[in-house]
Design a protein around this ligand. Structure first.
Ligand code: HEC
Ligand code: HEC
Length: 278
């Protein structure tokens, strides 16, 4: 098979590295054009750092939904890789990074990700913004007081579970300290609607008789849906009996903005940050 050898040279394409791309000859020319366009956009974006706050926020959402489980909230949990501070083992350019993020690294835990170039770019932009904000500090909170609050007056266990104790209505928080930065935890408490991760969204159905049931979607197939309702009951419904069914974007969690003093908030954050699994 005849191949085109495309050598990056000059301009946005080779800001920091030379690359050789191989394409089958058939529609190679088209691919070249597409790749060139993608990379120039990527290069231009990266070079000028023209991300809107909205882009960076979107990058944060993508990171939390796809990467945080392995890379940690500050992007530095994989040994030898510090995403926020540009410390990499293999990649030597932004373009290279984008390819790694999309294709994964065969033979390692790094999986391929079905994301666009610009999404990879805003994930990296988000991580740089995390780095320039510095490591999140939990202030002067007291984790033991936070725990008492969590289990007592805060009523958090009515929806959440920590190390086997509590409810399954909301997400399990046993490892939340490994997954979220303090500022993100604070936002969850004060403004729960600001960001609801796709996997944490609630599902709502309305039956033909007008009954509404909301809860975590456990399973859905062609004929039925199963929901864990607010009382932790498993409800199984025939789709043919439903008038409406779908995810809701709002959080069922109340805001604690006016319910916790600033000291209580600091204590709660210290406790949540300390939750790192057993
Ligand atoms: C299942 C765990 C896992 C997930 C999910 C994951 N990664 Fe990785 N990632 C790894 C591991 C492990 C490595 C180190 C691989 C190696 O070099 O041995 C890695 C390496 C990397 C590298 C390093 C490249 C280099 O040159 O060192 C980048 C960049 C990266 N990941 C970005 C991401 C992004 C962005 C996401 C989300 C879209 C993501 N990863 C999701 C486990 C993961
Ligand atoms: C009425 C049920 C309910 C109560 C009470 C409740 N939560 Fe939540 N919480 C949820 C649900 C559902 C979510 C997932 C949707 C979302 O992200 O807002 C959530 C999300 C969270 C998250 C973010 C989880 C993540 O993966 O990012 C944190 C942190 C949290 N809650 C802490 C608390 C704390 C601390 C309390 C007590 C002060 C509390 N919650 C009380 C239902 C509740």
């Amino acid at each position: 098979m005849k191949c085109y050898h495309v050598r990056q040279a000059g301009g946005a394409l080779s800001r920091s590295r030379e690359d050789v791309y191989l394409f089958p000859s058939e529609d190679g020319a088209m691919q070249m054009v597409r790749l060139y366009l993608l990379l120039s956009v990527a290069g231009a974006l990266a070079a000028q750092h023209t991300y809107s706050p909205g882009d960076v926020e979107e990058g944060g959402k993508l990171f939390r939904a796809n990467c945080v489980l392995c890379h940690g909230p500050e992007g530095d949990l994989v040994p030898g890789v510090d995403l926020a501070h540009g410390k990499f083992r293999r990649a030597s350019s932004e373009e290279g990074l984008i390819r790694i993020i999309q294709n994964g690294i065969p033979g390692t835990a790094m999986p391929p990700n079905n994301i666009q170039d610009y999404q990879a770019i805003i994930i990296l932009a988000y991580l740089r913004s995390v780095a320039s904000a510095g490591h999140s500090v939990s202030g002067d909170g007291d984790a033991a007081r936070g725990k008492a609050l969590f289990e007592g007056k805060g009523n958090c266990l009515t929806c959440h579970r920590v190390n086997g104790n509590g409810s399954r209505v909301g997400p399990d928080l046993s490892e939340i300290g490994l997954l979220r930065r303090t500022s993100e935890l604070e936002q969850s408490l004060l403004d729960p609607d600001a960001e609801v991760l796709p996997q944490n969204r609630y599902y709502r159905v309305v039956t033909r008789t007008g009954e509404t049931i909301t809860g975590r979607l456990l399973n859905a197939d062609t004929f039925t849906v199963q929901i864990l309702d607010a009382k932790e009951h498993l409800v199984s419904l025939e789709r043919s009996n439903l008038r409406e069914a779908g995810f809701i974007d709002k959080s069922p969690m109340p805001s604690y903005r006016d319910k916790l003093s600033s000291q209580e908030l600091a204590d709660m954050l210290a406790y949540l940050s300390s939750l790192k699994g057993l």
